[in-house]
Design a protein around this ligand. Structure first.
Ligand code: IMP
Length: 195
């Protein structure tokens, strides 16, 4: 079975190919010649994942999936949430360092620094029904950024039962426990029984 992954992120594509079973060939947007920007303007993770998967399914009639991820901090009412990529931006640019600084400032006066990363995958098979798979990794926000591996909020996120941030732990550990890997594994479990 061929499955289009509606992402332009080559690292995500590699990760999906590693986790999904060999009977499933993961196809990139480049391979189907889709290079338009998809506007993700829903206010939930499943909503944004659906927009991306549906755009591809309706255009190409091919089975596909899309993911949407972010960092959720309950003390901040769920922020940065679906705004994770552009949390510190007025003009829509993505600046990871500014995002981390804004987050640390916002949490200045809070004792409760709990947070989790979440990924929601929306999968659409030939039956056209959207199916959702979620992965979460719980943890807390550090006092200052630490480490230089990874991207985004990795330097300020300490996964539960660890002392180091994701940016210090590096990909070997992160990819075992990450929100994205977990969501992919849930989809993999479903596909293994479905195909
Ligand atoms: P996306 O939906 O996977 O593109 O993620 C949206 C935004 O959430 C990213 O630009 C990051 O700010 C944040 N984010 C998602 N996953 C991670 C992660 O694994 N580490 C750090 N930040 C992440």
């Amino acid at each position: 079975m061929n499955l289009v992954f509606a992402t332009n992120n080559s690292k995500k594509l590699i990760e999906a190919k590693e986790i999904l079973p060999v009977q499933i060939e993961v196809i990139s947007l480049g391979e189907i010649q889709f290079n338009e920007e998809i506007i993700e303007n829903a206010d939930t993770f499943p909503g944004n994942a659906l927009i991306k998967a549906k755009t591809i399914f309706e255009r190409f009639s091919k089975p596909c999936f899309a993911d949407d991820s972010g960092l959720v901090v309950p003390s901040l009412g769920g922020l940065p949430g679906v705004k994770s990529a552009r949390y510190a931006s007025e003009i829509g640019a993505v600046d990871h360092e500014a995002n981390n600084q804004k987050l640390l400032r916002a949490l200045d006066r809070f004792q409760d620094r709990d947070a989790y990363f979440i990924t929601v995958i929306c999968l659409i098979l030939p039956d056209g029904i959207p199916r959702y798979f979620e992965g979460r990794v719980e943890g807390s926000i550090s006092i200052e950024p630490r480490g230089n591996k990874g991207f985004g909020y990795d330097p300020v996120f300490i996964p539960r039962n660890h002392k180091q941030t994701f940016a210090e732990l590096g990909p070997e550990i992160k990819n075992q426990i990450s929100h994205r890997a977990l969501a992919l594994k849930h989809m993999n479990d479903f596909l293994t029984t479905f195909i």
